[in-house]
Design a protein around this ligand. Structure first.
Ligand code: NZQ
Ligand code: ZN
Length: 381
């Protein structure tokens, strides 16, 4: 086991914590508040942020869409330059946070912003950025990654840089009271798959990472089982904290990681507009069945420890079935056709795009080639 681990994002967790912004951002900063389509105006979060920023110089930029587009975000970059703003406060879910990471990096780069996503520009510098999280799911509030789309190209790409780690993140579980059921279900599934990507690989005797991953998976399973009784403080707090811990670097430190489900999922969103979490539910079981020989020891461990399955010979298969059952219980589709996609060319199209993006050796062993991707997407149809 070898790793360097640091997560520099300060977490302000709990009810009423949005007020912490006023002390956490230096008063000399000129702040740009970035948000999405307006949910924060309806649920009181905007008012709490405005109250915390009272007496300071701040502007706002709204309209960041789900699967944030560079075409929208570049307008925020222009506003920062015009108004000489020097701090970003992202108020929203993964899309707003990721979009804000892009804006923070693009504002410090003279070239074409999309270069950040193609890899032509490696981000070393970004404006300071902090977050008020409104949707537990992605972990973006305290990690260094972002996923950005370009409408003109129908592409969705990722970048990561330690320069875009948020300085702090406010996690107030009360803000999720206004979340639609669909977004809560999406959040549970996204977080579950984040843990799986760092856990369902092969055993490396990483007892801390395994044990913590199993706790997070058990929490997500229990939160899902209690989905109908979710209107209480404990459910909300545990959901928010579990989703955060699922993808903040800790359980992935020093262990093999997969992420192929995510990479294929991003292509499905780019091509067909399916919600991020739903693409994962569609791809994951097909991928696990395809790679079952490589993953059977960890699948069996997951089945025993999280789902309480008996350790019979077919436990790996039954674990995959349990995962599907979990997603179904949340009304999440597990077939492409159930998400409304009946395009017979989908396997070829997704495999071609994966190849075009240079993702030719995916998975923890680098064995998921575009041809394997084609097979997995076909199996998920
Ligand atoms: O835009 P508003 O009006 O705020 O509405 C949003 C949006 O329509 C709504 N919403 C958010 N908080 C709410 C709320 N509605 C009511 N009450 C609230 N408290 O929810 C809708 C979806 O929001 P979005 O931010 O798109 O969802 P999510 O957090 O699931 O983010 C998905 C994006 O994150 C990327 C995905 O690819 C996708 O683009 N990811 C980012 C990752 C990262 N940076 O580490 C990792 C993930 O694997 C993922 O790829
Ligand atoms: Zn995800």
């Amino acid at each position: 086991m070898k790793f360097t681990y640091s997560n520099p994002t300060v977490i302000h967790f709990g009810q009423g914590k949005i007020a912490a912004i006023s002390k956490a951002i230096d008063s000399a900063r000129k702040v740009l508040v970035i948000y999405g389509g307006g949910s924060i105006k309806k649920n009181g979060v905007y008012d709490q942020v405005a109250a915390a920023l009272e007496g300071r110089q701040w502007r706002e930029f709204s309209g960041v869409e789900p699967n944030p587009a560079v075409e929208t975000l570049d307008q925020a970059v222009a506003l920062i330059r015009k108004e000489k703003l020097d701090y970003i406060l992202a108020v929203g879910g993964g899309s707003v946070i990721d979009g804000s990471k892009y804006v923070a990096a693009a504002a410090c780069y003279d070239g074409e912003g999309w270069d950040i996503l193609t890899g032509k520009h490696r981000v070393q510098q970004a404006l300071p950025l902090s977050v008020v999280l409104t949707l537990p799911a992605t972990g973006s509030e305290s990690n260094n990654g972002a996923v950005i789309s370009k409408k003109a190209l129908q592409e969705k790409r990722i970048f990561s840089s330690n320069a875009v780690f948020p300085r702090f993140a406010v996690l107030d579980p009360d803000v999720i009271k206004s979340l639609p059921e669909r977004q809560i279900a999406n959040g549970l599934v996204d977080a579950f798959v984040h843990v799986c990507e760092q856990y369902i690989t092969y055993p490396v005797q990483a007892w801390v990472q395994d044990g913590y991953a199993e706790t997070l998976l058990r929490n997500l399973l229990n939160l899902s089982l209690q989905f109908k009784e979710r209107d209480n403080d404990a459910w909300r707090a545990n959901f928010m904290w579990t989703a955060n811990q699922a993808f903040n670097g800790l359980i992935g430190a020093g262990v093999p990681q997969d992420w192929a489900t995510h990479m294929i999922g991003h292509e499905l969103t780019a091509a067909y507009g399916i919600d991020h979490a739903r693409t994962l539910a569609i791809i994951q079981s097909a991928l696990l069945r395809d790679r079952i020989e490589d993953k059977k020891v960890k699948l069996a461990q997951l089945g025993r420890i999280v789902f309480g399955l008996a350790p019979d010979v077919d436990i790996a298969q039954r674990t995959i079935a349990e995962i599907e059952k979990l997603y179904r219980s949340l009304d999440i589709p597990v077939w492409l056709s159930e998400a409304g996609v009946t395009d017979a060319t989908a396997p070829d199209r997704i495999a071609r795009n994966i190849e075009a993006h240079g993702l030719t050796k995916l998975g923890e062993k680098g064995e998921i080639t575009p041809e394997v991707v084609r097979r997995i997407v076909a199996a998920a149809a």
